[in-house]
Structures are given as C-alpha cells and as structure tokens.
Design a protein around this ligand. Structure first.
Ligand SMILES: Nc1nc2c(c(=O)[nH]1)N[C@H]1C(S)=C(S)[C@@H](COP(=O)(O)O)O[C@H]1N2
Ligand SMILES: [Mo]
Length: 342
C-alpha cells in the first residue's frame, strides 16, 4: 500500500504504528441500558475508521498552524500547564457515512476535560479572513476500500472559538484511553462525534474547508431537494430515545413512568410522548440543560387496556427544529410495549 506524504503533519510528529487496523465499532448499550446521566467510559460506544494508532506519548505533539500569526507546537506537558476546563456533553455518532439515514442510537453523555481550543487560537492568532479549523489525527489505514493517510475534519472558526470546543485530555475525570483518542483528542460539543478528531496531532487555521475524504465524500448530507446544497454533518439535530418502560411489567390500570433522554445542538425545550403510535402527543416534563449534556424527560402513564401499545418520543428545540418520522438519523424513536393484566 503506498504511503503518501502528510502535508498537514508537522515534521516532528512520529508516524504512529497501528494497534488495530481498519474500521471498527464497539456499541455496548442499547436505549433501555442508558439509565445514567453520565455514561461510564467503559460503556460508551467507540468508532474508528482507519484503526487505532499506538501513540507514543513522549513523542506526541500538537501543532496549531496554518493562517496564524504564531505557529505553536505543544507537548503533552505544555497542554497540561494551560488552564483546564470541563464540559459535560452528549456524544453522538452520526451513523455510517455509507448509510447515513439509519438511526443507530449510538450515543452517550460524558464529562470531557482539557484546554479550550479558543485559548490555543488566542495564543496562535488566526489571520483575518480565516473561517475554519482543520483537525488531523495520527491514524491511517483503509476505509471503504481506499487508503487514507490520516483522518481529517473541519469546523467553522466561530464554533472553535465558542469556548466549549476542547482539546481534551480526560473523559469522566480519567486520562483518555488509546481507543478513546488518547493522549489528546478534539471534542466539539453540540456537533456529531465524527467532528471530534481522536489522536489529534495538528490544527490548521484556514480560509476554506478541508478537502479530505471525511469532509467531502463522507459526512456530507445530500441536498434535501434540487435547489439545496449538500451540508456538512456538524450540528446535532434534535434527537431523543425512550429508556423506560420496556416490554415487561407494564399493567393495565397501574401508573408507570415513561422516561428518556433528549438533546440537540441547542437546548431542547419540549419533548412530546405518544402512546398510540404517533396519533396523539402529550408534552413530557423536561429538565433544563447544563453545558451540552442530554436532558431527561418524564411522563406518567396509566395504560387503560391490555395489549400492544406503541410508545414514541419527539424532541423539539427553541427554534422549532424537531424529529422526523421519515428515515433519518434522528428519526422518532418508537417502542412496542405489551401491557398485561396484573
Ligand atoms: N482520528 C479519528 N478521529 C475520529 C474518528 C476516526 O476514525 N479517527 N471517528 C469519528 C467518529 S465517526 C466518531 S462517532 C467519534 C467516536 O469517538 P469515540 O470512539 O470516542 O466514541 O470519533 C470521531 N473521531
Ligand atoms: Mo461516528
């Protein structure tokens, strides 16, 4: 397999060998299992396209370069010496870029810790007219029958500067494990997981988007109609799922709590619940949002009859964005619950 040069990689970055080769996915929890506000790291899903690199921590460095006044090269100790912050954030995979409209419910909610990207950009000083920050990982390998020299994503400069985007060193208070992107990854709260580049090694300020496969061929949603344009898979569309009840122990005439988690790029202001397959909807109680965390919703329900009931939940944001019933990654979640006589 030919190994093209890495234009974005600094000279002093070692080329990591791979611990694991090729695409992989680990998804432990399904919606009924996601009962805790914070997902334990060991239970959080993981995705890698090219494999998992073996990053030698003492040879690792991060460059912040491109259209900046002052290029930075930071060691792990340099990063640790900068002010650290934490944010609790929902972490959601957009699903396979080869089948982006299949809802995967591949999601969790974790506390990330590290250095604000805005702090690094303040030190580097982006040039006037720059509009994006491109991030590069140390992983390389084959995805979709093509060799990729590295994983590369981008995000708008405004998002990079909003104070929530992190160059992260910890998850739930512990150092990032190798699989999780350690020693250092990008975390973009409010954006799909694909944008949070793991095994981060270079940040490049630019006046244009990345031209890599993971921002052009993959993770670009097709236009909604002929007049529209393809859109980057950046901001989290409203989404929600039912944790409980499940199809056991639900009895006619007995109250039960319907509950689950809802989130979006913006705060969720309303979650509606249906117990009749989407014919009628009732607003649930929704907790307010902290950071970019998911929000809990609850509704008391007393089933009146035995038999199958189709439960569904639908989140809505302040600006009115909501979930579709058509095949989309944030399609309304439904569950059939069989109600019995006690
Ligand atoms: N370097 C690199 N970063 C990456 C990926 C990757 O393949 N390589 N996959 C992305 C995708 S699609 C997702 S959903 C998240 C998954 O992060 P996790 O494994 O910590 O859950 O990492 C993103 N960052
Ligand atoms: Mo993903």
């Amino acid at each position: 397999m030919p190994t093209p040069s890495r234009p974005d990689a600094p000279d002093n970055t070692h080329r990591a060998s791979m611990l694991v080769e090729g695409f992989g996915l680990d998804q432990r929890l399904r919606p009924p299992d996601m009962t805790s506000f914070l997902t334990p790291e060991a239970d959080l899903f993981s995705v890698w396209h090219l494999g998992i690199p073996d990053v030698t921590t003492d040879r690792w460095s991060l460059t912040v370069g491109g259209a900046v006044a002052q290029q930075l090269t930071l060691s792990l100790d340099d990063l640790r010496a900068l002010p650290q912050t934490e944010i609790t954030s929902v972490h959601e995979c957009a699903g396979s870029p080869l089948a982006p409209s299949i809802p995967q419910r591949r999601v969790g909610n974790v506390r990330w810790g590290g250095v604000r990207l805005s702090e690094l950009l303040r030190l580097a000083g982006p040039d006037d007219g720059s509009a994006y920050v491109i991030s590069a990982g140390l992983d390389h390998g084959v995805y979709d029958s093509t060799y990729h020299d590295h994983y590369e994503k981008d995000l708008p400069l405004d998002k990079a500067l909003d104070g929530t985007t992190l160059v992260a060193l910890t998850v739930n208070g512990a150092p990032l494990p190798a699989r999780r992107g350690g020693p250092v990854r990008l975390v973009v709260p409010g954006y799909y997981g694909t944008n949070s580049t793991k095994w981060l090694t270079a940040l490049t300020v630019s006046d244009r988007r990345s031209t890599g496969a993971f921002t052009t061929k993959y993770y670009m949603d097709p236009p909604a109609d002929a007049s529209a344009q393809a859109t980057p898979v950046w901001e989290l569309a409203p989404n929600s799922f039912l944790v409980a009840p499940v199809d056991a122990g639900v009895h006619a005439g007995k109250p039960v709590e319907i509950w689950g988690w809802a989130w979006a790029h913006e705060p969720v202001t309303r979650v509606d619940i249906s117990v009749d397959g989407g014919q009628t909807w009732t607003p649930a109680r929704v907790t307010s949002r902290t950071g970019h965390a998911w929000q809990r919703f609850t509704l008391a329900w007393t089933p009146s009859s035995v038999g199958e009931h189709i439960l569904a939940c639908r989140a809505r944001t302040l600006s009115g964005a909501t979930q579709p019933s058509t095949p989309r990654r944030n399609r309304i979640h439904q569950r059939v619950v069989f109600v019995t006589q006690e």
